[in-house]
Design a binder for this molecule. Structure first.
Ligand SMILES: Nc1ncnc2c1ncn2[C@@H]1O[C@H](COP(=O)(O)OP(=O)(O)OP(=O)(O)O)[C@@H](O)[C@H]1O
Ligand SMILES: O=P(O)(O)OC[C@H]1O[C@H](OP(=O)(O)OP(=O)(O)O)[C@H](O)[C@@H]1O
Ligand SMILES: [Mg+2]
Length: 291
């Protein structure tokens, strides 16, 4: 029997808002695409054992569950809507959004208790919406749309909607108010039980690298020169992850080079404190991965 070499396939959204950030995370994780340019459906990556398959974000949960691919990147909303049995490995910390129930601003529907089963709800998420309504004892009619759901009450085809919201702009523009939050969603790296068990090494290598990218996105490398007489003062203001690392500057005996990994949200204040403590030539550098 012919034996195939073990390969790992990752499904990535082919279009829409989560496509580019997903590809960018893979690139930073060392899995840059070799032939993305000509819209191929499958692309090799810089790791010869790992390929990427492009698919609609909504199809990815099923593709992962059915083992068509080993891993995938998609939203919690789509995973739950598809009811696919998948394993969530890493929260990719983008695509934060909420699935909400919303009603017209001027309607008297302000909470789930105001809903009745003769009301019509329009949505792109019929499964999650049906489940949510049933949990509240409602059998309201559901109209499934494939986009621009917010228009439904305005044109009179539904009393309410369920849809995603993040900034709230689309709801506001369409004179809708939030009645309830059904689900909070972010983008996840997922796998199936079989790939997790039988391709453990590759699956873990991918998730470790991607975790490293997410971790690094919240950090910066801060480097500076410090006169030895100021070193204690500088060390005091440095909240380093490990370290800081201090090394001699060969050309200037009285100066040392100091570097440390710092949380992004303290960098602004820290740079000022470092300057006041006597640090010079301060560099703040992005980090690609922390493993
Ligand atoms: N407004 C939003 N803010 C943040 N994340 C969102 C928002 N809308 C959608 N998402 C997330 O991105 C995923 C994909 O949505 P997106 O609308 O980009 O893709 P799509 O619906 O496949 O494309 P399109 O809307 O162009 O048909 C959603 O399932 C959700 O997880
Ligand atoms: O709260 P906001 O920041 O305004 O974002 C919410 C909008 O974003 C998504 O729409 P998308 O742009 O994907 O269009 P679609 O409805 O055609 O899918 C979602 O379906 C909302 O309509
Ligand atoms: Mg959309």
């Amino acid at each position: 029997m012919r034996r195939f070499k073990m390969k790992l396939k990752i499904a990535v959204p082919s279009k829409g808002r989560i496509s580019d950030p997903s590809i960018s995370i893979l690139e930073k994780a060392g899995l840059g695409l070799k032939d993305n340019a000509n819209r191929k459906l499958i692309s090799a990556t810089f790791n010869k054992d790992i390929d990427v398959m492009f698919a609609r974000a909504s199809d990815i949960p099923k593709f992962v569950e059915d083992e068509i691919v080993d891993m995938g990147i998609t939203g919690v909303d789509l995973i739950n809507e598809s009811e696919a049995n998948v394993k969530e490995l890493v929260d990719l910390s983008f695509g934060q959004t909420k699935l909400v129930l919303a009603s017209p601003e001027d309607s008297t529907i302000n909470s789930i208790d105001d809903l009745t089963s003769d009301m019509v709800v329009a949505t792109e998420f019929p499964t999650l919406t049906k489940k949510y309504l049933e949990e509240h004892g409602l059998t309201s009619k559901i109209i499934t749309l494939s986009g621009s759901t917010e228009i439904a009450p305005l044109i009179g085809i539904a009393d309410l909607i369920t849809d995603l919201t993040s900034t709230g702009t689309t709801l506001k523009m369409n004179h809708l108010k939030i009645v309830d939050v059904i689900l909070e969603s972010t983008i996840k790296l997922i796998t199936n039980d079989n790939s997790f068990e039988n391709k453990k090494e590759l699956v873990e290598a991918v998730s470790t690298s991607i975790k490293g990218v997410i971790e690094a996105e919240r950090k910066k490398l801060v480097m500076m020169n410090v006169k030895k007489e100021n070193l204690d003062k500088v060390k005091k203001v440095m909240p380093a992850m490990t370290g800081p690392t201090i090394s001699e500057v060969l050309s200037k005996e009285e100066t040392v080079a100091v570097q440390a990994v710092i949380d992004e949200d303290v960098v602004f204040e820290l740079v000022n404190d470092l300057r006041n403590a006597g640090a010079k030539d301060i560099l703040v550098v992005p980090i690609e991965r922390i493993i």
